[in-house]
Design a protein around this ligand. Structure first.
Ligand code: SAM
Length: 220
């Protein structure tokens, strides 16, 4: 069911070879460096494959059926083009609980939060995927210099995520437009996921930001 989780006690106990059989055969020293948290139907994960060909990318999703769908989607893509899509995979997990079970400190170069569930009611805000405590966990798995991307079509949720990142001593916003314009991931966070496409179909608005994991805590 959606509530069964099988997770390693620590990252060294995780066997990634079933997830990336060919890629790890060719690059046995590589690790997952990119996480698409709450990947849904996998639109971003799939498009990151070509955008970041040298990195291992992992979609993380809590719903069984959705994970199965993405898994089959990747299998089919690999069958069609055998030299492609070897660097992406999907994992069923609760990303609010188990990231440190899968990733070492400083392992990730990028972490994505695309259109997370808004949990509008105040009593449910604690279920939001961004909070001060969780940001400390994301900072732990991110390498210094690593990037966190988030986007939403719900302005209130965007402001909530922005506020928490801006208040966290280990994150600093990337405001330099040159950097953002030359980042191939920006167009993908805006348009590649299934949720992004849904928003496009109704001509909805989107808000996004990128924060860098810094080395020395900022004084706030
Ligand atoms: N990012 C995708 C997109 O842009 O199309 C999906 C967005 S959807 C609104 C939010 C997704 O996050 C859902 O598929 C949900 O099951 C997943 N999710 C919610 N909480 C999660 C958690 N704690 N761990 C992993 N996935 C989670």
């Amino acid at each position: 069911s959606d509530n069964d989780f099988n997770y390693p006690v620590s990252p060294d106990k995780m066997d990634w070879s079933p997830h990336y059989p060919q890629f790890l055969k060719d690059h046995p020293e590589k690790r997952v460096e990119v996480a698409d948290v709450g990947c849904g139907y996998g639109g971003l994960t799939v498009s990151l494959s070509a955008a970041l060909p040298d990195q291992m990318i992992l979609g993380m999703e809590i719903r069984d059926k959705v994970v199965q769908y993405v898994d089959e989607r990747i299998v089919k893509l690999r069958e069609k083009e055998t030299d492609k899509y070897q660097n992406i995979s999907v994992l069923k997990t609760n990303a609010m609980k188990y990231l440190p079970n899968y990733f070492y400190k400083g392992q990730l170069q990028k972490i994505f939060f695309l259109f997370p569930d808004p949990h509008f009611k105040k009593a449910n805000h604690k279920r939001r995927i961004i909070s001060s405590t969780l940001l400390s966990e994301y900072a732990y798995v991110l390498a210094p210099g690593g990037l966190a991307y988030f986007i939403s079509d719900v302005e209130e949720l965007y402001l909530w995520m922005y506020k928490h990142f801006a208040a966290h001593p280990l994150f600093e916003q990337i405001e330099d437009q040159q950097i953002l314009l030359s980042d191939p991931c920006i167009p993908l966070i805006i348009n590649s996921s299934e949720e992004a496409r849904k928003v496009n179909r109704i001509d909805g608005k989107k808000w996004y930001a990128v924060f860098r994991r810094i080395t020395e805590p900022r004084i706030i």
